[in-house]
Design a protein around this ligand. Structure first.
Ligand SMILES: C[S@@+](CC[C@H](N)C(=O)[O-])C[C@H]1O[C@@H](n2cnc3c(N)ncnc32)[C@H](O)[C@@H]1O
Length: 249
């Protein structure tokens, strides 16, 4: 599989994030800007929680290692503990219809599909063809090409064409569109269904006195939108870069 270009990095994550020099190939890289940057949780606590979580499993481990070795934006992948968290939620909800916005290498998609019902389907949307091609390969390797439907294109255009009632939605694409994704999916989320939104702490940028930058501002607007919405119960979990769990009443 070919390495992919680095043209989306600043769009999704901003230019300030640096990879720690010497992070070992095949391991998940540590990204540092400052303490309030990408690394919100101490590496020791992350390693500890990984040690006590179910192991990743061979395929997910290989996908993570491949991504670190070949993709300039490897930090976008959910990774071991967050992946297990998504998998756990999927097993608990036993969903029939799951929507993922932002496929990347297919790592989180495989986790979210783990608890699908026998006739369950996960729809996942990826804008970049080269990432989608790798994800499709990974879905095939899991032998889940029938239960995971991959859409290539802009999620803003594709979501309205999916006439499904969602049990579970994972929002993990371009940050500026989080509020739009929320407004698009909420009417099609069943009562009791769950939205999970990633990166809601945005590397600590939303904790600054003055929130700056279009991505951090969009995340802040999204968090406020959810807070003000009485039609949902919510809890913001300080796992990795922050996960918002939003349940429709
Ligand atoms: C953070 S990554 C997703 C990571 C993946 N969910 C995981 O946890 O392993 C975000 C992905 O969203 C994709 N993306 C960005 N804007 C998009 C859009 N408008 N429509 C669909 N995908 C988009 C990017 O190309 C990127 O692959």
């Amino acid at each position: 599989m070919p390495p992919v270009a680095n043209h989306w990095f600043t769009f999704c994550y901003g230019p300030e994030i640096l990879q720690r020099p010497g992070s070992a190939s095949g391991q998940f890289p540590i990204f540092v800007a400052n303490w309030q940057g990408m690394e919100m949780i101490s590496p020791e606590a992350q390693a500890y929680s990984a040690r006590y979580s179910t192991p990743e499993g061979e395929l997910l481990e290989e996908i993570a290692a491949y991504t670190v070795d070949n993709h300039p934006q490897a930090q976008m992948l959910s990774g071991h503990v967050q992946g297990k968290f998504l998998e756990m939620i999927s097993h608990l909800l036993h969903p029939r219809r799951v929507l993922e916005i932002g496929t990347f290498m297919g790592y989180s998609g495989l986790c979210l599909a783990a608890g699908l019902t026998g006739d369950g389907k996960l729809h996942t949307i990826e804008l970049r063809e080269e990432d989608a091609a790798i994800a499709a390969e990974n879905f095939k390797r899991a032998n889940w090409q029938d239960r995971i439907i991959l859409h290539v294109g802009n999620a803003l255009e594709i979501i309205p064409t999916l006439k499904e009632e969602w049990d579970l939605v994972f929002i993990d694409a371009d940050k500026v569109n989080y509020p739009a994704y929320y407004r698009l999916v909420l009417p099609r989320l069943r009562a009791g269904g769950l939205i999970i939104a990633d990166n809601v702490l945005f590397h600590g940028e939303v904790l600054e006195k003055e929130v700056k930058g279009k991505n951090a501002l969009a995340i802040q607007a999204f968090n406020e939108l959810v807070r003000a919405d009485d039609s949902v119960d919510k809890v913001m979990v300080t796992l990795r870069d922050g996960l918002f769990l939003i349940r429709k009443k």
